[in-house]
Design a protein around this ligand. Structure first.
Ligand SMILES: C[S@@+](CC[C@H](N)C(=O)[O-])C[C@H]1O[C@@H](n2cnc3c(N)ncnc32)[C@H](O)[C@@H]1O
Length: 248
């Protein structure tokens, strides 16, 4: 498996579950991640539509590398999520916060999997997307969610009073990934993780979590299955912090 070492962290190109199984127990201070949602409909046929069609506005011209791992049906999604989250539980230090992105459809599945893995579910944060398209005859789907949990025992790593809703636009020009999240959103979310701690993101995509770690003085351990996104994440990290070294 390829990995790239940086001043502030490491990124693996491989399958999350396989890499997580190699990581030492109790070696990270937080898990912050945005897995494939395997969402988009009630039936397998609807889920298996290309994510570029499922998750992008009609008429959006930008073409991104394929997003992998988005085709699971509901039962396998819950089982698979329980597997990788259980590995995250093993790798996380006691009291580590866990933040997992989800859309509205997958909240029940993901909160089940998080608890099955051993974490304590603490709440949900809303990411409000002011530029989401209006929907005639329906409520606008202008939010995604971040499920907040922690490994026991409970401990707060900040004394700040934090909001429960964050409003950040997706800026098309800044986006390098079909499902890319705004860096400033991740910076805000990292407030609940230990200062100078190491943050694990097993689904790194274009590297947003790593960039937010660099911005806030934290370290990162990232995993990305797609060789294209592994390269994109590495390039962005290098641009943000200096030269990285690729190791076989
Ligand atoms: C929702 S995206 C993450 C986007 C990221 N938050 C960003 O802002 O760029 C999920 C990522 O997980 C990757 N992925 C899918 N299955 C994976 C697996 N089994 N192991 C590691 N990465 C995987 C996909 O290729 C995709 O880039």
């Amino acid at each position: 498996m390829q990995k790239a070492l940086f001043d502030n962290g490491i990124v693996w190109n491989g399958d999350a579950l396989a890499v997580l199984r190699e990581l030492p127990g109790e070696s990270v201070d937080a898990v912050v991640t945005d897995p494939p949602y395997s969402s988009g409909g009630l039936h397998v046929g609807a889920r298996q539509i290309d994510p570029a069609r499922k998750y992008q506005k009609t008429g959006t011209m930008k073409v991104y590398p394929a997003m992998l791992g988005d085709l699971k049906d509901q039962r396998s999604f819950i089982m698979w999520s329980s597997l990788w989250l259980s590995e995250c539980w093993r790798v996380a230090r006691p009291s580590a916060p866990v933040l997992v992105f989800s859309d509205w459809r997958q909240i029940p599945a993901m909160t089940d999997a998080i608890q099955a893995a051993g974490f304590v579910w603490r709440g949900i944060v809303v990411w409000h997307k002011p530029t989401a398209r209006p929907m005639r005859g329906a409520f606008r789907r202008d939010a995604e969610f971040v499920i907040c949990a922690a490994k026991a025992p409970a401990k707060a790593f900040t004394t700040r009073c934090l909001p429960g809703v964050f409003s950040f636009r997706v800026v098309p020009g800044d986006k390098v990934h079909l499902a890319g999240k705004p860096i400033d959103l991740l910076v805000e979310l990292l407030a609940v993780t230990p200062e100078k701690g190491t943050v694990l993101d097993p689904f790194l995509g274009g590297g947003t979590t790593a960039l937010a770690c660099i911005k806030t003085g934290r370290r990162f351990v990232g995993v990305e299955l797609s060789p294209e996104y592994y390269r994109v994440a590495g390039d962005r990290i290098r641009a943000a912090q200096g030269v990285g070294q690729t190791v076989q």
